[in-house]
Design a protein around this ligand. Structure first.
Ligand code: HEM
Length: 467
C-alpha cells in the first residue's frame, strides 16, 4: 500500500544550511534520527529522504537487497509530474546514457573501456604532469608585477578550480586550443547565466569531436586507450556513449578535486596542530586529506538513489520511486561511529567519500594523486601561506552536492620557493604510451614506447578566468 509522504519535512536550503551544514545535519539527526525527509527548495516539489548515518548510507549504496538504483528515471515525482519538467535542478540528476545512471550488465559494459584506460596511466609521470601544471598556476599568481613582499591569491579561482580540470583535459589528449574552448564553455555553463544551456550543448559537441578525432588519430591519452579497450573487450560503446564517459570523467575529476583541495587548504590553515604536523613532516599530506574526507567531505550529498520497490529506510516506509540522498557531509559526525571508538582523525579510511558499491569512484588513485600533488606543490612553494580573511567571513555555495567556498583568499610573504623542477616544466616523457594501432595482425600487441613531449600550456594557464 502507498505510504503517504511524512507530515514533517525539513528544508535542505536556506542560510542556516549554507553557512553551517554540519550543525544543520546534527540538528536534523537529533530531530528525525538517522533518516530525515527533506525538501531541496521552497516549493517542496524536489524532496527525498536524507540518509545521515554510516550504516544506513552503506545499506543504500551497497544495496545488497537489490532495492536501490541510480537510474533517475525511477523518480516517481518526476515521472508523475509532481516535479515540473522545467525545474532548474533537474539537470543535476536527469538521466544520461552513461554508467552513472546504469545498473547491472549495462553498467559493466559502459564502465569497461574507461576503467581499463585509467589502469594504463603511469602514475609517476602523471605526477610530473600535475606538478608542472601546479607550478605554472602558482607562478601565474604573481602576474606581470612579479613577487612582492606580500602577495595575495584566491586558491579557489586561481588554483583549485583550474588544476584538476587542466589535468583531466590533458590526460584526455586535448590540444591547447580545444582545451581553451572547453575551459571557456565549462566556465560559462557553471556560471548558470543565460549562455549556460548553449555552453552545455557546446561541451557535448566538443566531447564527440574529441572522441571521433581520437578514433582516427590515436595518441598517448585516455580517450585513445578507451577506443582500444572498446574494441578489444567488445564493449560496443558508440560515439555518444564514449563521449558521455569522457565527459563524466572530466566533470567528476574536476568537481570533487576542486573541493577537496579547497577543504584541505582550509583545514590546514585553521587547524594549527594538523598544519604544524604537515609542515614538520610528522603527518603526510594524505592523512590531512583523509581527515577532510570525514569532517568536510568534498561531495556532501549524493543525489540520489531511487527505490525500485516499496521498502523501509530508518523509521520510514518508502514507496517505489522515492528518492534517497546520501549525506556524506554528515557521516563523520555519526554518533554510532564515535560510540564504537572509531578514530576518524587522520588514518581511518572507512569514510564513504568515494561512494560505495557498484557506483563507487573508479578513479580514487588518480583523484588522490591530483589533490595530494596539488597540495604538496602549494605547501612547498608557499610555506608561509595564511588566510587573508577570518574563516567566519568566508561565504559558501549551497552545499547540495559539493561544498565549496565562493572564494578562498590567502596571503603569503616572500620568498616563494622556486618550482620543484626548476623553470622548465616540460617533462621528458608522456604520462601514457600510445595505444596499439587499431588494425593489427598480432593478437595482443604491446603498447608502444612512450613518445613525444607535452605541449606547453602557458597561454591556457594565463587565460584562466577569475571567478
Ligand atoms: C578528486 C576526488 C574524487 C572524489 C572525492 C570522487 C568521488 C566520487 C564519488 C563519491 C562517486 C560516487 C557517485 C555515486 O555513488 O553516486 C564517484 C563516482 C565516479 N567518479 Fe569520482 N571522485 C573523485 C575523482 C574522480 C576522478 C579524477 C575521476 C575520473 C578520472 C572520477 C570518475 C568518477 C566516475 C566515472 C564515477 C561514476 C562511477 C559509476 O557510476 O559507476 N572521479 N566519485
Amino acid at each position: 500500500m502507498h505510504a503517504p509522504w511524512p507530515e514533517r519535512t525539513a528544508p535542505l536550503y536556506g542560510q542556516d544550511f549554507a553557512s553551517d551544514p554540519f550543525s544543520y545535519y546534527a540538528s536534523l539527526r537529533s530531530t528525525f534520527g538517522p533518516v530525515a525527509p527533506v525538501a531541496l527548495e521552497e516549493t517542496g516539489a524536489l524532496r527525498g529522504y536524507l540518509v545521515l548515518d554510516h550504516a544506513h548510507q552503506l545499506e543504500v549504496l551497497q544495496d545488497r537487497g537489490n532495492i536501490w538504483t541510480r537510474d533517475s528515471r525511477w523518480y516517481r515525482d518526476l515521472v508523475q509530474g509532481t516535479l515540473p519538467p522545467g525545474h532548474p535542478m533537474i539537470p543535476q540528476f536527469a538521466h544520461r546514457r552513461s554508467r552513472l545512471y546504469a545498473e547491472g550488465a549495462q553498467h559493466s559494459r559502459l564502465s569497461a573501456p574507461g576503467n581499463h584506460a585509467l589502469a594504463q596511466l603511469d602514475m609517476l609521470r602523471t605526477r610530473d604532469l600535475i606538478e608542472e601544471l601546479a607550478d605554472q598556476l602558482i607562478t601565474a599568481f604573481f602576474g606581470d608585477r612579479g613577487p612582492q613582499e606580500w602577495n595575495e591569491a584566491d586558491i579557489l579561482g586561481q588554483y583549485a578550480l583550474p588544476l584538476p580540470l587542466l589535468v583531466m583535459m590533458r590526460l584526455m589528449g586535448m590540444d591547447e586550443s580545444s582545451a581553451l574552448a572547453t575551459g571557456h564553455a565549462i566556465h560559462e555553463m557553471l556560471s548558470g547565466g543565460p549562455g549556460a544551456r548553449r555552453a552545455a550543448a557546446e561541451l557535448d559537441a566538443r566531447m564527440r569531436e574529441l572522441v571521433t578525432g581520437k578514433e582516427h588519430s590515436p595518441g598517448p591519452d585516455l580517450v585513445s586507450w578507451m577506443h582500444h579497450f572498446n574494441r578489444e573487450l567488445h564493449s560496443g560503446l558508440d560515439t555518444h556513449e564514449l563521449s558521455e564517459d569522457v565527459w563524466l570523467q572530466i566533470v567528476a575529476g574536476r568537481g570533487a578535486g576542486t573541493t577537496w583541495i579547497c577543504n584541505t587548504v582550509l583545514e590546514l590553515l585553521t587547524n594549527p596542530d594538523l598544519g604544524a604536523d604537515v609542515i614538520a613532516g610528522r603527518c603526510p599530506m594524505e592523512e590531512a586529506m583523509n581527515r577532510v574526507m570525514w569532517v568536510n567531505a568534498p561531495i556532501q550529498n549524493l543525489i540520489g538513489r531511487w527505490a525500485t520497490q516499496d521498502t523501509t529506510l530508518g523509521d520510514y516506509r518508502v514507496n517505489c520511486g522515492d528518492m534517497a540522498i546520501i549525506c556524506l557531509g554528515a557521516t563523520g559526525a555519526d554518533p554510532a561511529l564515535h560510540a564504537a571508538g572509531q578514530d576518524i582523525a587522520r588514518v581511518n579510511r572507512s569514510h564513504l567519500a568515494w561512494g560505495a558499491g557498484t557506483h563507487a569512484c573508479p578513479a580514487h588513485d588518480l583523484g588522490g594523486l591530483i589533490v595530494r600533488t596539488g597540495l604538496e606543490v602549494l605547501w612547498n612553494r608557499l610555506p608561509g601561506m595564511r588566510l587573508a580573511v577570518p574563516v567566519e567571513e568566508l561565504t559558501w555555495d549551497l552545499p547540495y552536492i559539493a561544498r565549496t567556498p565562493t572564494a578562498l583568499p590567502v596571503v603569503f610573504p616572500l620568498p616563494p620557493t622556486p618550482p620543484v623542477n626548476g623553470h622548465s616544466w616540460t617533462p621528458p616523457h608522456s604520462f601514457l604510451s600510445n595505444p596499439p594501432r587499431p588494425i593489427s595482425t598480432r593478437p595482443k600487441e604491446r603498447p608502444s614506447a612512450p613518445q613525444g613531449r607535452l605541449p606547453r600550456w602557458r597561454s591556457l594557464v594565463a587565460w584562466w578566468p577569475r571567478r
